[in-house]
Write a protein that binds this ligand. Structure first.
Ligand code: LRH
Length: 488
């Protein structure tokens, strides 16, 4: 039995999982146990939202100490964000959070210069304000002058662990700077965004063994000096998609947490004007396949609501809130979770109420009413994305795999089954850590190469829960039309 450490950093928490590769009857599988979990949140300082990356680093070291013994370590995190290093490898300030307000004007400026449809055809990446290319266009020029190297968050942690600078491929694809055909940097986009292309190193294939941990890390964690650091699928969504336990064809995934990433995997990208208009992106998967998906603002709306209520001094217990939300009248009022007003941190219940008032719907007052509105709306947004997926790919979808933390939310899974009229298979909840570990296991030869062997190991590691759709489709269809017709 070999133990691997999967470091998974999310927007609201980080964790270090001990992943044991076990040879079972159904072939190799991975048993996960949590070694450490620590909170994460964006911190506003002088009008800018930052990540406390050193706090996360301390959590990673604590977690590795708790794992105690590991053959290898892989790190994944949310996409697009980065740290800048000087020529001595020192971090030039706290990374800025992708939700910072600086990005949208920079995006609009760059899109006015670069034809949006043409940019989409080149990179395959949807024009989200937080794409690294737009963040860099908004970056302080003095910091860019002083910088010698840019590292995306998982690559930064891997650098601190190993001393090796990498730029792992799945996460690199989210920057909006990579050519979707060749998989290499498009230097003219660096110039357009106003930074030197040599800040970016060569793109590192997913699964590359970067080298052993530094002696100081071995001393700090008690891990053996031979512990290898592996460039696993560094984009958390790519790691989660790598662990979807598909049972057959015609399946889509929803990697559900802060975001709901709704998509399928394909051999080729779709960069038509229709795909651009429908909000779809073409990111790279662990095996180089395309993750054709749409970002839906996910449980962020609920977690920000809960934070607001707690700040107001209310004692909110999530399980009770969800039980109460399940009892509410369905589809009483719905919002478009992707409305830009919900993107920034803040008083989400007030924004939801304002949206409902502006669109002439009943205004949800109690936490249970707000939670019901959010979950109905998310289920509807899932439906909208799945319908668009079918239309854009021309392929039917019968089954929807919900993986990630949101797969533990039975109400959301049930509502998604009802709203989409499709079977929902829920779990694994730790799909990201599982995918992270599976890619490491393949790099070490513990699981055979290729997607088929990895999927078999994912299936052997997880037993999804099945939700069949209940009730008529009519109300969901009408609510979808109502939502689209009433978007303020
Ligand atoms: C989910 C995620 C998503 C990105 C967003 C910035 O954690 O990585 O895939 O679009 O964060």
């Amino acid at each position: 039995m070999t133990t691997l450490a999967a470091v998974d950093l999310g927007a609201s928490s980080g964790r270090v999982m001990a992943a044991r590769v076990v040879d079972g009857d159904a072939g190799p599988r991975i048993d996960l146990t949590e070694a450490a979990r620590f909170p994460n949140r964006a911190v506003p300082v002088r009008g800018r939202l930052h990540w406390d990356v050193l706090g996360l680093w301390a959590g990673v070291l604590d977690g590795l100490r708790a794992v105690g013994d590991a053959a290898a370590i892989g790190v994944d995190s949310w996409a697009v964000d980065y740290g800048l290093l000087d020529a001595d490898g020192r971090l030039l300030g706290n990374p800025v959070c992708y939700r910072d307000a600086r990005n949208a004007p920079a995006r609009d400026r760059l899109l006015a210069e670069l034809d949006p449809a043409n940019l989409y055809a080149r990179t395959g990446i949807q024009h989200q304000p937080f794409n690294t290319v737009f963040q860099l266009a908004a970056e302080d020029p003095a910091a860019l002058d002083r910088a010698d190297r840019l590292l995306l968050i998982p690559d930064l942690i891997a650098y601190w662990l190993s001393g090796a600078t990498a730029c792992e491929a799945t996460n690199a694809s989210t920057t909006g700077l990579v050519d979707q055909g060749t998989g290499t940097w498009r230097h003219e986009l660096c110039t357009a965004a106003g930074f030197r292309a040599d800040l970016l190193g060569a793109i590192t294939p997913t699964g590359t063994v970067l080298g052993p941990i530094l002696p100081e890390i071995a001393a700090a964690t008690g891990l053996a000096a031979t512990t290898q650091v592996i460039a696993t699928a560094g984009h958390d969504t790519a790691a989660a998609v790598a662990a979807v336990p598909y049972e057959g064809d015609r399946a889509a995934y929803i990697s559900c947490g802060t975001w709901s990433l709704v998509g399928t995997e394909r051999a080729t990208p779709i960069t038509t004007p229709e795909a651009l208009a429908a909000g779809f992106t073409n990111e790279r998967g662990a095996d180089g396949a395309i993750r054709f998906l749409r970002n839906v603002a996910g449980l962020w709306l609920l977690s920000e609501s809960v934070d607001t209520w707690r700040r107001e001094g209310r004692d909110v217990v999530l399980a009770d809130l969800l039980a109460d939300a399940a009892e509410q009248e369905r589809l009483r009022s719905v919002v478009d979770p992707d409305d830009p007003r919900f993107a920034d941190p803040g008083d989400m219940p007030a924004r939801i109420r304002a949206y409902c008032a502006e669109t002439g719907q009943p205004v949800p007052e109690t936490p249970a009413e707000v939670a019901a509105c959010v979950l109905d709306s998310l289920a509807l947004a899932h439906r909208r994305a799945i319908d668009a997926l079918e239309a854009l790919t021309g392929e039917r979808i019968d089954t929807v795999h919900i993986v990630g933390g949101g797969s533990n939310n039975d109400l959301l899974c049930r509502l998604t089954a009802d709203a989409t009229g499709r079977t929902v298979l829920a779990g694994p909840d730790e799909a990201t850590a599982l995918g992270n570990a599976l890619v490491q296991a393949q790099a070490l030869g513990l699981v055979a190469p290729g997607p088929a062997a990895r999927r078999a190991a994912a299936r052997a590691s997880a037993q999804p829960r099945r939700h069949e759709p209940q009730g008529p489709q009519g109300p969901w269809l009408q609510a979808t039309q109502r939502l689209l017709g009433r978007t303020p």
